[in-house]
Design a protein around this ligand. Structure first.
Ligand code: 5AD
Length: 431
């Protein structure tokens, strides 16, 4: 039997694309292996959001050249956002690559494999999702794509180029996929989209809030999460759905990028600092214990110390439970390449450190606040650090490692008494 290996970089969308690729290859009769050396086909599912992602891919391809020289029947495919960004150039620079396939073509893998040296970097009208061919790796959790692409044009971001314009799936398709996932034991559903809350069913016109409600009501959905929301797309229907359904996680990843309205305008984020704070207030009013998480870019071209101070003060005001921050990284073809003065790298690094230091206190405070409480935890599997313990998640998306009855079933909901807070996680005992 022929074998394949997939290397995956990047976001959950990419992880899910790898599960879809894997599912299609298994349907073709291939077997998945854990090492490139054992594989008849190697797929690199790449990411181009930041840093020198192209270089990382080319250097990986450099290492694969030898394998290809030893075994000419080996097939090498480059998928994902670097594939979309580089296209034909990949085959020119690395002629030992057999095919290049962008994110719009994941559902068309068969057609790509049937062509010689395919470079498939279009966004076919009939983007296909074969829900049944997804090779889901978690026994308790399923990612479900509800929309793809992004119609925002944030000046720093390459995603509109690599994942194309927004396309939403229909309500019915999504609900069917959720039902199938739940029937196979995936009681936790995570809805995915680059701008997940811009979802709109193209048949019925129903919006994201309506979809959240409908998925939450599917029999057997123990927990519902979603990623990633754009602040400008938050509306009352989404907030009401989160407030009214107990099984919708009280966690919201709401990337702010900067606390300075001047920088937000240059980023084309479509909101000001004040507007973002208002949205957060409105959500907190409806869902007081919500765990907010965010993304921040430091050192965007032209960012001054005053701009950065505004970011710090916004973080201080909101006190996020989780925060991901990155130094601005110029991406090919993005408008920000032509904006403002670059910020010195040492200055950006120093800002990044100050930001993490501030956030650390907020995270600590939040984690410490759970000590002594009994929280409902959805059991996901054995703990990574200690296989005698279990790992699960709270309703507001903290990982909890806990000791409990060895017969504990995966996917069940348990009360766990929180004993201590680790760096990013909680520790406790099932009650
Ligand atoms: N430079 C740095 N960070 C970026 N992100 C997106 N594009 C860039 C870039 N060019 C960050 C944003 C986004 C997260 C997924 O990656 O913070 O929310």
């Amino acid at each position: 039997m022929k074998t394949f290996y997939i290397e995956t970089w990047g976001c959950q969308m990419n992880d899910l694309d790898s599960q879809r690729l894997s599912g299609s290859l298994k349907l073709r009769g291939l077997r998945r292996v854990d090492s490139e050396l054992e594989a008849d086909m190697i797929l690199l599912n790449t990411c181009s959001i930041r840093d020198k992602s192209e270089q990382k891919v080319y250097s990986h391809l450099g290492r694969l050249r030898e394998l290809k020289e030893e075994r000419s029947e080996l097939k090498i495919g480059v998928c994902g956002c670097v594939a979309q960004q580089e296209g034909e150039r990949i085959i020119q620079r690395a002629p030992w690559v057999d095919f290049v396939m962008g994110p719009g073509n994941v559902g068309h893998l068969d057609a790509v494999l049937d062509r010689e040296h395919a470079v498939a970097v279009d966004f076919p009208e009939d983007r296909r999702y074969d829900s049944l061919a997804i090779d889901r790796t978690s026994p308790t959790k399923a990612w479900v794509t509800i929309m793809e692409g992004c119609n925002k044009n944030c000046t720093f971001c390459i995603v509109p180029m690599t994942r194309g314009r927004e396309v939403s799936r229909t309500f019915d398709e999504i609900l069917d996929e959720v039902r199938v996932a739940v029937a196979s034991g995936r009681v936790e559903i995570e809805l995915l989209g680059q701008t997940v809350n811009a979802y709109r069913c193209h048949k019925s016109g129903r919006d994201f809030g309506a979809l959240l409600g409908a998925v939450a009501e599917v029999e057997g959905v123990a927990r519902l999460r979603f990623m990633t929301s754009h602040p400008a797309e938050v509306n009352d229907s989404m907030i009401a759905a989160m407030r009214d359904h107990e099984n919708i996680s009280r966690y919201l990843h709401l990337p702010v990028q900067s606390g300075s309205s001047r920088i937000l305008r240059r980023m084309k984020r479509l909101y000001t600092r004040e507007r973002y704070l208002e949205i957060v207030d409105r959500i907190r009013e409806a869902i007081p214990e919500i765990h907010f998480s965010t993304d921040v870019i430091v050192g965007f071209p032209g960012e001054t110390e005053e701009d950065f101070q505004e970011t710090l003060s916004l973080i201080e005001q909101i006190r996020y439970g989780s925060l991901f921050a990155f130094k601005y990284s110029p991406r090919p073809g993005t408008p920000s390449l032509r904006i403002g003065e670059p910020v010195d790298d040492a200055v950006a690094s120093e800002r990044l450190n100050r930001l993490f230091e501030l956030h650390e206190q907020h995270k600590r405070e939040r984690l410490e606040s759970y000590r002594g409480r009994v929280l409902p935890v959805l059991v996901e599997g054995p703990s990574k650090h200690d296989p005698a313990m279990f790992a699960g998640r709270t309703d507001d998306n903290w990982v909890v490692n806990f000791s409990g009855n060895p017969d504990t079933t995966l996917g069940s909901m348990l009360g766990v008494r929180i004993e201590s807070a680790q760096h990013h996680t909680l520790r406790g005992e099932a009650v």
